[in-house]
Design a protein around this ligand. Structure first.
Ligand code: NAD
Ligand code: ZN
Ligand code: ZN
Length: 363
């Protein structure tokens, strides 16, 4: 058993609390990892606020992590102690109907099918003050050590800088893959993205790489615009500066609506705006943001009758165990500018400051 620090969310709405926790050794098929770096994604804050579906407290959040294998359980052959790895919040078991389908990345072991608040044997590897602490999407990267099933880990190039490539665990692949894999944006098209956090800025990068001729970037925080422009946005709009609703403005700007719209906020009103502002016949709206757990959206089905498509994406559609090592190689070959998403680097003890920067829209 390793004793180390972890950030525990004891109950919904409470700030994360830095605690000393015990991390049990990996059981058969599991891997214990020494965490080196973790990103902070809006989903971690959603979890803390109780907006993430099927989550059990107390829990250790965090799902954008990279580290080094410390030890392995019986039967693990894919990684060995000392390997650099990225943890996968959507696993790839390699055996289920979705893993066997080349078009799908949504493994049956993913949290939406089967809770990942406990490991597959239905127990946790974390305890604190005599209490069992739950895992978050198995990975719980806000801990100095964590334990995950081996099919939730991808071995990556030994030269990769872990404090940079941890962002390849969620934000970047989600936004970039939403464009490349889910929408398959065609060169010359007009794209609009609502929300310019880590996911939305990665959408902008994807649209630029796909050869979009116009990239309209929308956020209520104008501080996000310089980066969006640097990454290829042609127009930046703050809905709060407008006299009309954003979807009306987008339709006016594009004639009949954008070819592709992306929602990267995770709110119902922005999702409805993204839906209504894509081309009614050939347009496609991609939902990359996570709507709050249990929320419902009423839409006029005529929106779809005319031909527009509405699609969601989990982690941008990548089969993570296969794709993450390739994304790391592409990063090392400088095929995309991941570092632009890295706004602050803080020591682990200041994790709550990082969460505050996220809430303040500064990261
Ligand atoms: P973030 O908080 O960093 O960014 C969200 C951005 O939206 C902010 O810049 C904010 O100013 C902006 N915003 C808020 N309200 C707005 C409004 N009404 N109009 C326009 N802009 C608005 O979040 P993030 O980490 O980039 O994550 C974005 C969303 O994607 C979240 O819902 C997150 O849970 C979700 N997510 C989904 C997946 C997936 O697999 N589909 C993966 C990662 C994250
Ligand atoms: Zn995330
Ligand atoms: Zn699977």
């Amino acid at each position: 058993v390793i004793r180390c620090k972890a950030a525990v969310a004891w109950a919904v709405g409470k700030p994360l609390s830095m605690e000393e926790v015990e991390v049990s050794p990996p059981k058969a098929g599991e891997v214990r990892i020494k965490m080196v770096a973790t990103g902070i994604c809006r989903t971690d804050e959603n979890l803390r606020q109780g907006l993430f579906p099927n989550s059990d407290f107390p829990i250790i959040p965090g799902h954008e992590g990279a580290g080094i294998v410390e030890s392995i359980g019986d039967g693990v052959t894919s990684v060995k102690p000392g390997d650099k790895v990225i943890l996968l919040c959507v696993p790839q078991c390699g055996k289920c109907i979705f893993c066997l389908n080349p078009e799908s990345n949504f493994c049956l072991k993913a949290h939406m099918f089967e809770t990942q608040c406990v490991l597959p044997d239905k127990t946790t590897r974390f305890t604190c003050k005599g209490q069992q602490i739950h895992h978050f999407m198995w990975v719980s990267t806000f801990a100095e050590y964590t334990v995950v099933p081996d099919y939730a880990v991808a071995k990556i190039d030994a030269v990769a800088p872990l404090e940079k490539v941890c962002l390849l665990a969620c934000g970047f692949p989600t936004g970039y893959g939403a464009v490349i894999n889910a929408a398959k944006v065609k060169p010359g098209s007009t794209c609009a993205v609502i929300g310019l956090g880590g996911v939305g800025l990665s959408v902008v990068m994807g649209c630029k790489a796909a050869g979009a001729s116009r990239i309209i970037a929308i956020d209520i925080n104008k501080d996000k615009f310089p980066k969006a422009r640097e990454l290829g946005a042609t127009d930046c709009i703050n809905p709060q500066d407008l006299k009309k609703p954003i979807h009306e403005v987008l339709i006016e700007m594009t004639g009949y609506g954008a070819d592709y719209t992306f929602e990267a906020v995770g709110k119902l009103d922005t999702l409805a705006a993204a839906m209504t502002s894509c081309n009614p016949s050939t347009g496609m709206c991609i939902m990359a943001g996570d709507p709050p757990a249990g929320s419902m959206l009423t839409i006029d089905p005529m929106l779809l009758l005319t031909g527009r498509e509405w699609k969601g994406t989990v982690l941008g559609g990548w089969k993570m165990r296969d794709s993450v090592p390739k994304l790391v190689s592409s990063y090392l070959e400088k095929k995309f500018n991941l570092d632009v998403l890295n706004t602050h680097t803080l020591p682990f003890a200041k994790l709550n400051e990082g969460m505050e920067l996220l809430r303040a829209g500064k990261r």
